[in-house]
Design a protein around this ligand. Structure first.
Ligand SMILES: *[C@@H]1O[C@H](CO)[C@@H](O)[C@H](O)[C@H]1NC(C)=O
Ligand SMILES: *[C@@H]1O[C@H](CO)[C@@H](O)[C@H](O)[C@H]1NC(C)=O
Ligand SMILES: *[C@@H]1O[C@H](CO)[C@@H](O)[C@H](O)[C@H]1NC(C)=O
Length: 663
């Protein structure tokens, strides 16, 4: 990697060059013109191996995925000017350094530095991390010198319905704006109109992005519009001015409306879990499967973290739109990211309006805002991806799985990539972090290749395809046997999140009672057994048991986090309260038991638990099912009603077997 071969300053300059991709194409052209051409049409994120040079590139970009090889494989600067390398070189960059980069670009007197091209740091459907993303009049612009074009007209989404905004005054089809560019994902995989989602063909079509949402623009055209604009003052004097204004810092642009944002689960365990997986991993070097890398996969200990996000802009939500009734979202955002600035659609519209003031009075034309580093998230675009769209319905799954396949999810078996957020919340809530589950990966005994099971996919066919791809690349999968290698907790805490005082989705009164009794009995018996065992051999470490019924509305937020952080087994009816699983500590037996009205099932907590290395059971009265024996998604009539059955003794037996290591 750069930092081994070059000084920071050199890395800076190379990075500047590499980001524009000029250096890259010049170098390639110098060596092999046809290769350069060929490379320019290789889709984003892939490399072709049809020439000797490209072989080198392909090898470089795959070998850099292990730290060890990367340090020996980087012999020349030319080899490093790939997109992968640009990303790698940001590894270990403090925020000040990224700031510095933006500053350097803006202070430069060269016109092409005022308007640097847009760079792609990382992309998965619905998750796109940009360098130098532009906005004017509510349209996001990607400035590129790559060839861009219109796609074929066979896309079915548009043919279903003739929407007026898809057509110009002369009947021209506006949906076929510049929506494709070499080396870039399709615009529909990055953004949407940001409208609310319902499951109808009309609504699906109405969420397809139109050119007002996002466009590619050539470097020359961008320069003409914003770079070197000729202005005439009131005395008729002409001068040239740049119309680019920089929004300093790292921005998170949330394009989805408040529809889902206003739920604790969707904001924290979906949006921000995905943001953390994507952002943290994008700035992290890849670590693949090998004995020597194992401690990292089991570690929650981070020495080099990603730069912070400074600003979140909810483009289509007002201040109310992302706040949930119980108030956990606002607690989370302030506790986990105390310095984060939050802007809303009003603030975005302020920027939109300001960009057009000069047009309004005819004096100076439009202004453009430049975001030096921006992560754009879009719910509809994520649902266009295969993993979210057809497997999990979880937008975070696209971000998580992309980074897993890249080998970039640090501490994958213990939610290590999530640990910075989890620990920030623990600290805020007064949880003792060290005791709360910081895991030193070096102490985890696990051998590569033993009973290796596949990942977090539910569809057997896709799971197989992913496993094959993962195996080829040597990426790490999540599986139960990895959890079995973790340390046991020092206490067994079973937390039952009761919904009995909620409006809907409750257990029958009798089943709730029996459940509480069964758990009380179990815990009493276990503690008696422990007493007897300790009397015999006082030196043994046998964890004490505890059972808690948690009614969230009667506890402060701090108390809820404290309870979650101590929880070994989280138990409850499907609902937002189970979101607390993201604050559980990773241990050998950490589990979520989610009660559904049979045959109900949803992916929310199933996927989320597994993404953090926590085992999940779906409980149907007296029957428990766990991965890979996954039920089908189903919302029977009784799903939301207040007569959900559960057989308490069956739950108690499941818990006992789990803690005893039988499951
Ligand atoms: C700015 O955007 C609005 C809404 O899309 C559009 O009606 C208007 O024509 C745009 N202004 C210019 C100058 O392009
Ligand atoms: C975390 O890593 C640092 C440096 O590698 C090490 O000194 C420290 O002991 C580790 N802490 C834990 C809790 O693993
Ligand atoms: C739940 O399971 C128990 C124990 O097997 C059984 O007696 C009861 O009838 C079941 N309830 C329902 C609603 O199926």
């Amino acid at each position: 990697m750069f930092r081994f071969a070059l000084t920071r300053r050199d890395a800076f300059l190379v990075l500047l060059g590499a980001s524009s991709m000029h250096l890259w194409s010049l170098v390639l052209q110098g060596l092999n013109p046809s290769a350069a051409e060929e490379f320019s049409v290789v889709p984003f994120g892939r490399t072709s191996s049809s020439s000797a040079l490209l072989d080198t590139v392909a090898r470089t970009s795959t070998t850099t995925t292990t730290v060890k090889v990367a340090t020996t494989a980087t012999s020349t600067v030319t080899e490093k000017a790939t997109e992968t390398q640009v990303v790698e070189s940001l590894e270990g960059w403090s925020y000040a350094q990224i700031d510095k980069l933006a500053e350097l670009q803006s202070l430069s007197t060269r016109s092409d530095d005022v308007l640097p091209q847009t760079g792609l740091i990382a992309h998965a459907p619905g998750w796109t991390l940009f360098r130098n993303l532009y906005m004017t009049n509510d349209t996001l612009y990607i400035v590129t010198d790559k060839h861009f074009s219109t796609p074929s007209r066979s896309r079915p989404e548009y043919s279903r319905e003739r929407r007026p905004e898809f057509y110009g005054p002369k009947g021209e089809d506006l949906t076929y704006g510049y929506t494709k560019a070499d080396g870039w994902p399709e615009i529909r995989m990055m953004t949407s109109t940001g409208l609310s989602a319902v499951n109808s063909p009309e609504n699906i079509a109405s969420r397809e992005p139109i050119p007002q949402n996002m466009q590619f623009i050539g470097v020359k055209e961008a320069r003409r519009r914003w770079g070197e604009v000729v202005l005439t003052d009131e005395h008729g004097k002409k001068r040239t001015e740049s119309r680019v204004w920089i929004v300093q810092g790292n921005s998170l642009l949330v394009n989805e409306p408040s529809q889902f944002l206003r739920h604790y689960y969707h904001l924290v365990a979906e949006l921000f879990l995905g943001v953390q997986a994507f952002w943290h991993s994008a700035f992290t070097p890849a670590i693949l499967k090998s004995e020597s890398a194992l401690p990292v996969h089991f570690s929650t200990n981070h020495t080099a973290d990603a730069p912070p996000v400074h600003r979140t802009i909810f483009i289509h939500s007002n201040a109310d739109g992302w706040r949930d009734g119980p108030g956990f979202n606002r607690y989370f955002l302030r506790a986990a990211f105390p310095s984060l600035t939050v802007e809303h659609e009003e603030d975005w519209q302020d920027r939109v309006a300001a960009s057009m003031e000069g047009v309004k009075d005819g004096s100076s034309g439009e202004r453009v805002w430049r975001f030096p580093v921006a992560l754009l998230t879009d719910r509809s675009a994520a649902h266009r991806g295969g993993i979210c769209g057809s497997e999990t319905q979880r937008i975070a799954a696209e971000a998580w799985d992309h980074m897993r396949k890249e080998g970039k999810l640090r501490g994958i078996h213990v939610g290590g990539w999530w640990a910075p957020v989890r620990e920030a919340i623990w600290k805020f809530a007064g949880v003792e972090v060290q005791a709360g589950g910081v895991i030193d990966g070096a102490q985890v005994a696990f051998k590569v290749g033993t009973n290796a099971r596949v990942g977090n996919e539910d569809d057997a066919h896709l799971a197989h395809a992913h496993a094959v791809a993962a195996e080829e690349k040597g990426v790490v999968d999540v599986g139960e046997e990895t959890q079995a290698a973790l340390p046991m907790p020092s206490e067994i805490v079973i937390t039952y999140i009761s919904r009995q005082s909620a409006r809907n989705r409750k257990l029958t009164v009798d089943d709730h009672k029996l459940l509480v009794e069964s758990m009380d009995d179990l815990v009493k018996r276990k503690n008696e057994e422990r007493k007897v065992a300790l009397a015999k051999s006082p030196k043994d470490t046998i964890p004490p048991w505890e059972f808690r019924v948690l009614e969230a509305e009667h506890l402060s937020k701090d108390q809820q986090v404290q309870a979650a952080a101590r929880t070994t087994i989280l138990l409850g009816v499907h609902g937002n309260g189970l979101t607390h699983l993201v604050w559980m500590k990773p241990t050998r037996v950490s589990s979520v038991i989610e009660i559904f009205c049979p045959p109900g099932f949803a992916h929310d907590y199933w996927w989320t638990a597994r993404s953090l290395g926590i085992r999940h059971w779906a409980m149907w009265n007296d029957t428990a099912r766990t991965w890979p024996d996954k039920p089908n998604v189903d919302y029977p009539e009784c799903f939301q009603q207040n007569a959900i059955p559960v057989h308490g003794p069956a739950v108690a037996k499941l818990v006992e077997d789990r803690i005893d290591g039988k499951l």
